[in-house]
Ligand binder design. Structure first.
Ligand SMILES: *[C@@H]1O[C@H](CO)[C@@H](O)[C@H](O)[C@H]1NC(C)=O
Ligand SMILES: *[C@@H]1O[C@H](CO)[C@@H](O)[C@H](O)[C@H]1NC(C)=O
Ligand SMILES: *[C@@H]1O[C@H](CO)[C@@H](O)[C@H](O)[C@H]1NC(C)=O
Ligand SMILES: CC(=O)N[C@H]1CO[C@H](CO)[C@@H](O)[C@@H]1O
Length: 544
């Protein structure tokens, strides 16, 4: 299998890390979450005592999806919890892979989710520009300073040579790193060749021993000293500037995080292998690195990374399902973060107030059942709070009901002269806890929108029963008195007047429910009778 140069240079792929580092990473992440080893307890989950500056730094090569929303959210919550700032930075150095509308969609989707950034595109800030494509000069200047200090060197190797080297090493089964051929080129020669326009990249000269650092989730990370391969020497020496003069992820990310005064970086654990290199770069610049927290990957029940096929679609899919933004942020927050509250149901403000650095180690399995649970709970909150969020739900249900292709064409005969919005609001008030989206809501409450006359002409199986006849007593309640209290009182009279007395109350309720709603169970029957109104209720009971 040939290893292409593009594979080697692709900035998105974490490059090879010393095997011992990887082993440490995988050991750390395989440790069960519940284990309370002495080492675990040393991990400080306390919040920083000063305001945190965090960032979300997406590439406009795709849309926001569940995994990246979660990363953005954790960074947002940490900044907000500590009274700091949340930055948005667009890492658009890979112009070839840029998707034209991705940037605008990222802005829209983050705002939809409520994650407004304090500094970044469209809002500005003191450390801009916040798009990497507009910062090329800054990266060049910093690469120069590493060249000057001897922490970086120019690499004039051709693509062919590097490809060949990689293939050769691949066959030997060793890391496809660089052999440092160009590291020994004298400074004068290197300067001359560059001056004469010879194509080159700039590489970081990584130290033999990576510095120790402390991950906020995994604890102290001590990369072991690298042992050279017996026959081949291999150096990770990542490329910082590509031959076109544009930075790689490694350089741009480190320079920007420093210049933008980022204090905490919460990112996916796929970046862990690169972190020692990044820390080495901070040291080479003489800078203090930010704190790092690497959160596990989102995986499906089979342990596979979430992909388009198993729902890690861009969040448009959730919008189309009419998942509320507060449901999605609540759901995303619970993927790898834990709290001490009694309830998992939290809106964004509550998440901020409860945020901590209590993350779980290892991958997080995503199951979507929880999302429907949260959606219903947030629907209930919307209904209880009222206001624009409730109005939006009602407007969507009303829109479907009254549309020309509504499956409930007879709704007007029930709603009468009332506004459909008011009618639907009254149903939402008693059934919000079962709301998932407008369409499902209409469907599960179809009996409110379809005139039911099942028993008018054909009496029910309980013909021999006195219940249908006694139920007629409900008509004694006049229009003005048609409310819950009076209905409960009348039904009590119906029950008490029968030979069975209280023992037969179940039969009475069952008859009423079945006749009025056509269903075996559902919301409280008194609520149904009030919402349907006197005329429709009595009609369904055969009293037209
Ligand atoms: C996390 O998931 C990825 C992708 O499926 C997998 O390669 C990795 O081994 C998993 N890590 C752990 C700690 O299970
Ligand atoms: C209402 O409908 C619009 C358009 O389909 C949708 O974008 C929005 O999410 C819906 N809102 C709610 C609360 O269902
Ligand atoms: C509706 O919500 C209530 C309250 O959570 C629940 O008890 C009931 O089972 C739900 N009904 C359906 C049909 O899901
Ligand atoms: C531990 C903690 O901060 N709990 C808070 C979570 O959010 C609720 C609602 O805002 C607060 O009342 C709790 O104190």
């Amino acid at each position: 299998m040939a290893i292409s140069l593009s594979l080697l240079l692709r900035p998105q792929l974490p490059a090879y890390t010393c095997r011992s580092c990887l082993i440490r990473i995988s050991r750390a992440s395989r440790r069960p979450i519940s284990s309370k080893s002495a080492k675990d307890q040393k991990i400080n989950t306390a919040l920083p005592t000063s305001p945190a500056r965090t960032r979300f730094a997406p590439s406009p090569t795709g849309y926001l999806h569940l995994g990246s929303l979660r990363t953005a959210l954790f960074n947002y919550l940490l900044a907000k919890r500590t009274g700091g700032q949340f930055l948005l930075r667009i890492e658009d150095t890979d112009q070839k892979r840029t998707v034209p509308d991705a940037e605008q969609r990222l802005f829209d989707d983050l705002r939809w989710a409520g994650l407004q950034w304090d500094e970044g595109p469209e809002v500005g800030g003191p450390y801009g520009p916040y798009k990497q494509s507009q910062r090329s000069a800054i990266y060049k200047e910093h690469a120069q300073s590493l060249l000057a200090s001897g922490n970086a060197y120019r690499c004039f190797c051709s693509a062919e040579r590097l490809n060949h080297l990689a293939e050769h090493r691949h066959k030997l089964g060793i890391a496809t790193d660089y052999d440092r051929t160009c590291a020994s080129i004298a400074k004068e020669e290197s300067d001359d060749r560059a001056h004469n326009g010879e194509s080159h990249t700039v590489r970081l000269k990584v130290p033999d021993q990576y510095p120790t650092y402390k991950d906020l989730i995994y604890g102290t990370f001590r990369p072991l000293k690298k042992r050279g391969h017996v026959t081949e020497t291999s150096y990770e020496d990542p490329i910082l500037l590509k031959s076109d003069g544009l930075p790689t992820y490694h350089l741009a990310n480190v320079v920007d995080d420093h210049l933008m005064k980022i204090t905490h970086v919460i990112r996916g654990s796929e970046w862990m292998p690169s972190t020692p290199k990044h820390i080495a770069m901070y040291e080479a610049f003489g800078w203090t690195p930010p704190e790092f927290a690497h959160v596990g990957l989102l995986v499906d029940e089979n342990g596979n990374k979430l992909s388009k096929r198993n729902f890690d679609t861009d969040i448009t899919a959730f919008k189309e399902m009419e998942i509320f933004p507060e449901t999605l942020t609540n759901f995303a927050a619970l993927l790898g973060w834990s709290h001490r509250e009694k309830s998992d149901v939290m809106d964004l403000q509550t998440l901020i107030q409860n945020f901590s650095l209590k993350f779980t180690k290892g991958n997080t399995t995503v199951t979507f059942g929880k999302m429907q649970f949260l959606q219903r709970k947030h629907a209930l909150t919307r209904a209880e709070k009222g206001g624009p969020q409730l109005q939006e739900m009602v407007a969507n249900v009303t829109g479907l009901l009254t549309s020309p292709d509504s499956p409930y064409q007879d709704w007007k005969s029930i709603v009468g002269s009332a506004l459909p919005e008011d009618y639907i609001t009254s149903i939402v008030a008693v059934d919000a806890e079962n709301y998932t989206n407008a369409n499902e809501f209409l469907y599960r409450n179809a009996f409110f929108f379809t005139p039911l006359r099942p028993f008018h002409k054909a009496p029910p199986v309980t013909t021999s029963s006195d219940i249908p006849m006694r139920a007629q007593m409900l008509s004694e309640i006049i229009e003005e008195d048609w409310n819950k209290e009076n209905l409960m009182q009348k039904v009590r009279e119906i029950v008490d007047g029968r030979a069975e007395g209280k023992a037969g109350s179940k039969d009475v309720y069952h008859y009423l429910r079945k006749t009025i709603t056509g269903q075996e169970q559902g919301m409280r029957i008194f609520d149904v009778m009030v919402i349907l109104g006197r005329g429709e209720t009595l009609a369904r009971l055969g009293m037209e």
